[in-house]
Design a protein around this ligand. Sequence first.
Ligand SMILES: Nc1ncnc2c1ncn2[C@@H]1O[C@H](COP(=O)(O)OP(=O)(O)OP(=O)(O)O)[C@@H](O)[C@H]1O
Ligand SMILES: [Mg+2]
Length: 566
Amino acid sequence: MRARVQPLDPATARRIAAGEVIERPASVVKELIDNAIDAASTRIDIELVNGGRRLIQVTDNGCGMYPDEAVLALQRFTTSKIRHLEDLSRLTTLGFRGEALPSMAAMAQVEIITRAADQVEGALVQSGTDAVPAIRPRGCPVGTRVSVLRLFAHTPVRLNGLKSIAREMQQVHEIVARYALAYPQITFQVQHDGRRLLFAPTCADLMQRLAVLFDHEVATHMLPVDWHSVDLLVSGAVSSPSVNRATRQRQYVWVNGRPIRSGLISIALERAYGALMPPGRHPLAVLGLTLPPHFLDVNVHPRKSEITFLHERTVFAAVQEAVETALQRSVAGDANWRSDETLAWSSPWQATPQIGESGTPYGQERAVAATGPWQPLGQVGHSFLVASGPEGLLLLDQHAADESLLYTQLLAADAGGVELPEPLLLNLNAAQERWLDVQQVVLADFGIQIESFGRGKGLMRTVPAILVDRLGASHFLDAMYEAMQRLTPQAAPEDVREHLGAALACRTAIRAGDRLTVEQVTALVQAVSQQRLGYTCPHGRPTYVLLSLSDLERRFMRLFPLDTSL
Ligand SMILES: Nc1ncnc2c1ncn2[C@@H]1O[C@H](COP(=O)(O)OP(=O)(O)OP(=O)(O)O)[C@@H](O)[C@H]1O
Ligand SMILES: [Mg+2]
């Protein structure tokens, strides 16, 4: 028998972590998905109008509510999920505070249409000024639809605090993707202004869902994780070391079905990769932990996005071991590409260096951070830059270094674009036009604005500030072609951003063979001094090599460096 919605006693209510629950459209979506999952839904439809400002509507096919429960549910601290604080140690649901719906009702108009399985018809309940909302009968299928209308209409400060529609929608996409990865058996759909943004039909397992949500290439490089001890299960998938990212954004973690952010788990995960991961890069991961609820405290964060573990060390060790096992299995199991690739990666970065002809461990110098400061000396072969500093000699690959800088800047900047004095004309085929239309969010992120200019033509009016004197129409079209080739139409915005950012950086970066000005050389060398340059370009090639003083001494057989008389 399903528990009924009831008020919590005041003593319990006081001890629930309090704070801002509804910050933006994505937080409404998150709370409504929580409720739909708690109601055992197998299909969740999310619809937004005008970035969620006009409407956010979530429809599920879960257990529904009785009409009087829907009325209660709109009040603070009413819940069917716990009765007393001690129930948190047995919690199996995502919700427990009885706060989500009333928080929405305080910021917007909320309508609930719901029907419980044993009812012949449903009911409509609307939040409003009346002390007790009216209940009206309504024909509907079993399940619940919650509509949140005109969010923040009466709180202009909040409304003005929202980012662009594109950006808010990106956050919605991100949050739904998190849940879709944690719950492969549930069908998720997101529509915005009548257009489908995401569709993840029910899947047999996580690997299938990955193929839908991650781009195809990435999905094929994910290694399954499946590890358990007596009371801890770690499952999911992690990327093979060759697939990595500049940020930790593509590390998805959930604990007992609750998507959370956890520095602890990220560090444990990355510890498992050790030297297999190039410095400054991060693996992709989708990891679920399952453990008895009394080993957790979920009541620590008002938005329930963080938790604390009772036994942090145990969790850390378990995640590390689970991921290590997955990586080892992949090397041992598949002798074809994976072991080759792992070897290719491990040689430059591994702690035990290989010994070259001269007796110099090669590769080792690259793993050392070059702190500088560096003094530019010049360009060699129109391709490499040389600088000297207290640590020795620094060699840069001008293309890889510039590409890496552009790439990091492009992905980090939440920048508006810069208007071009003359817009760029793009000749587009129908597939490209559709792609540009779908990827507006990502393009806006880069500060790129393209207007339709009649059939088959587009006008690029703004470009990312750092590319203002560099980006030509052909660069953009080439980069777009590359991203379209490599991604599935369902790819998450984060993947599109990565690929398009990398492709744009590659096309617009200084090339090998280009003669550079003193300013250009200085700028690249300074980036190393200021520690802004990553060790590798987006393709994984090194950007610089440090020949340390001790390397030089060895090469010139100055075995006793203090002896200056020789
Ligand atoms: N989609 C739904 N299907 C069935 N019941 C629902 C649904 N949404 C809400 N309810 C009922 O309404 C109650 C109140 O929902 P609300 O989200 O405000 O609080 P909660 O889920 O109990 O806790 P939290 O504030 O942590 O989310 C829930 O406990 C649940 O019983
Ligand atoms: Mg809830």
